[in-house]
Write a protein that binds this ligand. Structure first.
Ligand SMILES: Nc1ncnc2c1ncn2[C@@H]1O[C@H](COP(=O)(O)OP(=O)(O)OP(=O)(O)O)[C@@H](O)[C@H]1O
Ligand SMILES: [Mg+2]
Length: 337
């Protein structure tokens, strides 16, 4: 059994998977809205405790059996870079990463947890090169998440970043794709090549900004704006296109960042252009989000299904309906080796 726990700014998601040969089976899952701050914004143990209570309750109510959980650090708080080395051995790369991390991350190395993954070894470049994904997170941040897990009566089995988990559940093995997690507070953008994260970026514009735009433009309360957003989204035929009109400028900002990510990847990494985009997160459920992005980006855009590589009982399929996009990160975490 393997458990993924995704603590978002608005909702907490938990998923338990078991391995079945080469695939997985969904054992249990749950999602709940919460009112706490996320750990990076909390200073007091007491407040971490409130969040831990919510996690504990969800773990119990979702009937998760294992107490060992993998968590994802928010993309806004971590540093991810792709760096190139000459053809060194795995051990040499591990030590080079340790020595060179300082120049790639904006925090002192002794205050950071640094991890790396070898993306690919290439013999067709001169000289031959190795691409390495470097991920660094402030130790203090990891300690806060660990504290929440501990206070919830659970134990920490793994720490990853949101986009590394997302790539595992949604990215195809044989293509270059753009992935976006549209949450409440941030939109996290990744490019994955052959199932590996090669580029990532996070912008502080997502569901809450969409709701605020509707609220301000139409002069309605936030709760009403939230309902309008979820019901009508970017549809031009609903409410005379008023909701779409309010959302459009903000939505375009996000689309522009997706375009920028693609251009950056093509020019810096000499990578091929993503053939499609896959959306996840609660805001991916916004009516017409995928079709609008298809028009803006000129590539196929779909809402991803993180359970596509998971066997799910018919009963559970019903209860998951509509919620699948919320679970992409938690599923990816539970799929770790
Ligand atoms: N049908 C819908 N249409 C539009 N937005 C939706 C819909 N359903 C949920 N949302 C939005 O999704 C957001 C919550 O998504 P999610 O649970 O992925 O966020 P989170 O993980 O808590 O946030 P973050 O990752 O940014 O910290 C909320 O802003 C909510 O308004
Ligand atoms: Mg999230």
């Amino acid at each position: 059994m393997s458990v993924g726990l995704d603590i978002g700014s608005k909702t907490i998601k938990i998923v338990e998977l078991s391995k079945e040969g080469n695939t997985f089976r969904l054992r249990a899952s749950g999602v709940v809205a919460h009112k706490s701050k996320t750990p990076e914004h909390i200073k007091e143990d007491k407040e971490l405790g409130l969040l831990a209570e919510a996690v504990k309750k969800l773990h119990k109510e979702a009937k998760i059996t294992s107490r060992e959980v993998g968590i994802a650090l928010p993309e806004t708080q971590v540093y991810t870079r792709t760096i190139k080395f000459p053809q060194l051995t795995d051990a040499e790369i591990a030590s080079a990463v340790r020595w060179e991390a300082e120049q790639y991350i904006p925090i002192p190395v002794n205050e950071a947890i640094v991890q790396h993954q070898i993306i690919e070894r290439r013999d067709d470049t001169s000289p031959p090169s190795v691409s390495v994904l470097l991920v660094a997170a402030p130790k203090e941040l990891v300690e806060k998440y660990a504290r929440v897990v501990e206070m919830a009566g659970l134990s920490l089995a793994a720490v990853e970043t949101e986009l590394i988990a997302l790539v595992r559940s949604l990215a195809p093995e044989d293509q270059t794709v753009l992935l976006v997690d549209f949450g409440a507070r941030s939109s996290d953008i990744a490019i994955a090549r052959n199932g590996q994260l090669v580029f990532s970026r996070s912008i502080p514009t997502a569901g809450e900004a969409f709701t605020r735009a509707v609220s301000q433009t139409l002069g309605v309360e936030e709760a009403q704006a939230e309902e309008y957003k979820k019901a009508y989204g970017l549809s031009s035929t609903q409410l005379e296109g008023k909701i779409k009109g309010a959302l459009d400028p903000i939505f375009r900002l996000v689309a522009d960042e997706m375009k920028k990510a693609t251009h950056f990847y093509q020019s810096e990494e000499k990578g091929d252009s993503p053939s499609s985009a896959i959306l996840s997160g609660g805001s991916a459920g916004m009516p017409e989000a995928a079709s609008t992005l298809t028009k803006l980006l000129g590539i196929e855009v779909v809402v991803g299904n993180p359970f596509s590589k998971v066997n799910v009982d018919p009963e559970a399929v019903k209860s998951l309906s509509g919620y699948a996009p919320f679970y992409s990160i938690a599923v990816g975490l539970a799929m770790r080796e």
